[in-house]
Structure formats: C-alpha cells, structure tokens
Design a protein around this ligand. Sequence first.
Ligand code: TXA
Ligand code: MG
Length: 345
Amino acid sequence: MPRVVRIDRDHPEPEILAEAAAVLARGGLVAFPTETVYGLGARGLHAHDVACIFAAKQRPPGHPLILHVDGEAMARSLASTWSARASELARAFWPGPLTLVVPRAPVVPREVTGGLDAVGLRSPRHPVALGLVRAVGEPLAAPSANAHMHVSPTTAEHVVRSLGDRVDLVLDAGPCAHGIESTVVDLTSDVARVLRPGALALDTLRSVVPDAVYESVTALEGAARVSPGLASKHYAPHAPVVLADAGGVREEVVAALARGHRVHALVFRPETAAALAGDASRGAAVRMVLRRLPADPEGYAHELFAAFYEADTASADVVIVEDVPGDPPWWAVADRLRRAASKGG
Ligand code: TXA
Ligand code: MG
C-alpha cells in the first residue's frame, strides 16, 4: 500500500502540499486529484522523473504526457510559439479540463512528448492540483494514475487498486467532479483539431473556436493515428466490454448468463433497466449486477469509470453496456465506450 493522505478539496492544507512537493523534489511520484480524473505526477522538466511515470504505468515510451501548469505564463514558457488562438482558449477555459497541444520549447524533455515536437499543456481547476503545481514551482507531468490501458481513476481508492506500491504518495480529496479526462485540442496546424473529446463539451469549445474539427474514434479506426497514445483500445476494465443497442442488451445478457458468465450490465434508459430487472432478480441474481447510470451525459461520465472499477472488483466475466446516443453531448462518453469495447491494440 502506498501512503494515502486525506487533503481538503477546496482548501488544501499547505503542510500536506509541502510534503507532496518534497516527495516530487526527491524525484518521487505523487498521485493527485484533478477536476477530471486522478493524475500520476512527477516533475515535468526532469527526464529521469518522467521516466519513472512510464515505468510505474508500464506505458510505452511513444505516448506523450500532459504538462500541468498554473496558468498561461507558465504555459508560454514551455511553448516555442504561442498563438492568439492558444491565448483565447486559455483565457476562456483555464483553469479547466482543456489540454492544448502546442509547439514544444527546447526546455521540455523529449521523454514528455514521446519524441514529438509538440507538447500538451493544461492548467487544472482543482485546488489540490493547482496548489501542488504552485508548491513545486514548475510544471508537473501527469497522465491518468492508472496502469497502461486500464480505466482512469476517479477516486484515490482506484489509484491504489490500479498502481499499488508503484506510487509514493496518494493525495485523497474524494471523487473527481467530471470523472472523464480533459478535452485535448491540437493547435499545431491551421485547424484546431480535437484529438480526444472530454470533460470540456464540444459545443462549449466551439463557442470560442467555431471551426474546431473532430473526427470520431469510429472514423479513425484503421486510419493513421493522429495522436500517439490514443490507441483504439484504452480505458478498459479487465473483463471484455460488449456494446449493444437498447434492443440488443437483454439478448446479450441472457446469452452470457446461459454460458454461466458473471455479468455486469450498465444501462441508462429506464425501459432497458426495467426489461432486465426480471433477469437480475431471478436465480441469476448472484451472477448479475445491474447498474443504471444517469441518463444525461455529464452524470453518466461522472459514474462510468467507477462502474468499470466495480466490475473489476466483482470479477465480472463480461461487461454489457447499453450504447449511448450519437449526438455531440455524448461524444466523449461514446469515445470511451468504443475504446473500452475495442479489441484493437
Ligand atoms: O484529464 C486529463 O487530461 C488527465 C488529468 C490527470 O490531467 N490526464 C490524462 O493524461 O488523461 P493521459 O496521459 O492519460 O492522456 C493524455 C493524452 C495522451 O494519451 C495523448 O493522446 C494526448 O493526451 N497528448 C498529450 N500530449 C500530446 C502531444 N504532444 N501530441 C498529441 N497528443 C498528446
Ligand atoms: Mg490515460
């Protein structure tokens, strides 16, 4: 078990931030809450510390990390050019769940960017994350605090379950507000391109950059990958994930139960839940867990990863998920579900 310390979410205790900063200054790894998911932090301008993140996550070296900054001034110091559009977005949405990919300044080690000439930067809104960057006084590299390919943690307990002793200190400020990762936008070309839909809604982003483009994971399947580290399979619980439309969920559940499988069913429409209630309450009950997630995209995103962790804890054999609507407010969730269900690498 790593050391886990409770910290106040809104008014983080300065002495706890100082302890965490000291662990980082020694080259250690600190998991900390952000408004999206928990991050696994190390000093971002020290190649050796950054290498420890890759080792702890067992993450392949080509996958770029996000540098967490305390605002636009620190971000500018890490970029070789900082466009008017970058400023506009930073002023509109920082601190917050938006990562900007911009040309890398030489001070940023190549280990951070996976060898790319661009770097991902984000100023988090969470007082603990922001306080920690300030206590250290330099950018923190932090991917989600989970083992490679596993589900992003939305509680300190998930971090411990996914990484165990591979992290030196975990700051526990309770569940994350969004529960899904930041929206990543590439600003290195003329078009602003959404690389990963996330906690900042696309409509909101487009209120500032109306021409931001997004190609969904489905469109990208089989095509060249825009963003290394965005493998099609990602964010997955240990059990296989099967996506089915509302009409097909019950069929999948019945077939899995007939095979003797322990089933975790995640649905959100009241009628789908009602259709499955009978299966869940019959003799099958011990083999089946039925979870109804909120029917709005923000609420659903907030609970999805916790539901995946729950399926892992219950040693589910299969996670059967009712597919979500295809319209823009659901794109971030749809992206995570497609990746979780993907059999690709
Ligand atoms: O909400 C979040 O973004 C969380 C919290 C901790 O900040 N972090 C996070 O980091 O999700 P990670 O490493 O799990 O995912 C970051 C993704 C990478 O997989 C990569 O696709 C993209 O952001 N990314 C980062 N830097 C990039 C770069 N230089 N070029 C292209 N994509 C980049
Ligand atoms: Mg991640």
